[in-house]
Design a binder for this molecule. Structure first.
Ligand code: SAM
Length: 213
């Protein structure tokens, strides 16, 4: 079923900038950051994995490449990003299901995934959509399954956050700082929500979070 037409903030903030997203993020070291997220999930054979806001597909292709025995699903509202992801999947010769949809209305059955990934997606949501999206994560996770989330983090935006603020607006980024993300996860009914690490990148600090259903 085609999801309703709704607005969303695309990967690089603007539709025209999408072709620059992969080269720019590669340059900024985001590939290594995503790989660390995948390693944290300690995937096992036959698990089902969802990447929400999969964008141009770099994380899902990495998962499918490292874990060919895992079932991988990527979801994004942006048809152009999904088309890029599809080409990447075909080039890599891996098997991945790609779906169009929104984080706060996931088109999946309850308890249908062992792991959910979210990489630089949460700050694209309106403040009011974030807890709704995290509730959806809890719904589609198996009991005991885990969410592994990566996004901008730290105490506050700081001077190096200027680029991110320009791209996404201060309002959406506000929840990324001062320990707000685990609070939102807990509000959504996820358990044991916590930051499990952070690292400095060229443009600003990023943080890794984990929570369980
Ligand atoms: C910065 S990109 C991150 C893409 C990818 N996860 C990565 O690590 O490169 C954010 C992605 O979130 C998607 N997005 C925006 N609003 C969304 C929503 N409501 N639900 C799911 N994804 C959304 C965008 O289309 C975009 O592809």
């Amino acid at each position: 079923m085609t999801p309703p037409d709704r607005s969303y903030v695309p990967a690089a903030g603007h539709g025209w900038a999408l072709p620059f997203y992969d080269p720019l993020t590669r340059l900024l070291g985001v590939d290594a950051a995503r790989r660390a997220l995948v390693e944290q999930a300690a995937l096992r054979p036959a698990q089902r994995v969802l990447d929400i806001g999969c964008g141009t597909g770099r994380l899902i292709v990495l998962v499918a490449h490292l874990h060919p025995d895992v079932e991988v699903v990527g979801l994004d509202p942006d048809p152009k990003a999904l088309a890029r992801a599809r080409r990447k999947v075909e080039r890599a010769g891996v098997s991945v299901q790609l779906d169009r949809g929104f984080a706060d209305a996931l088109p999946y059955a309850p308890a249908s995934f062992d792991r959910v990934f979210s990489s630089f997606m949460l700050h694209h949501l309106e403040p009011t959509q974030k807890v709704a999206a995290l509730r959806e994560v809890r719904r589609v996770l198996e009991p005991g399954g885990a969410l592994h989330l990566l996004d901008f983090g730290g105490a506050g935006p700081g001077p190096r956050g200027v680029l991110a603020r320009m791209l996404h607006g201060g309002e959406r980024l506000r929840d990324n700082f001062g320990g707000r993300i685990p609070v939102l996860m807990t509000q959504a009914g996820l358990a044991d929500a916590r930051e499990i690490g952070h690292r400095a990148m060229l443009f600003r600090q990023i943080a890794y979070y984990r929570a369980t259903a």
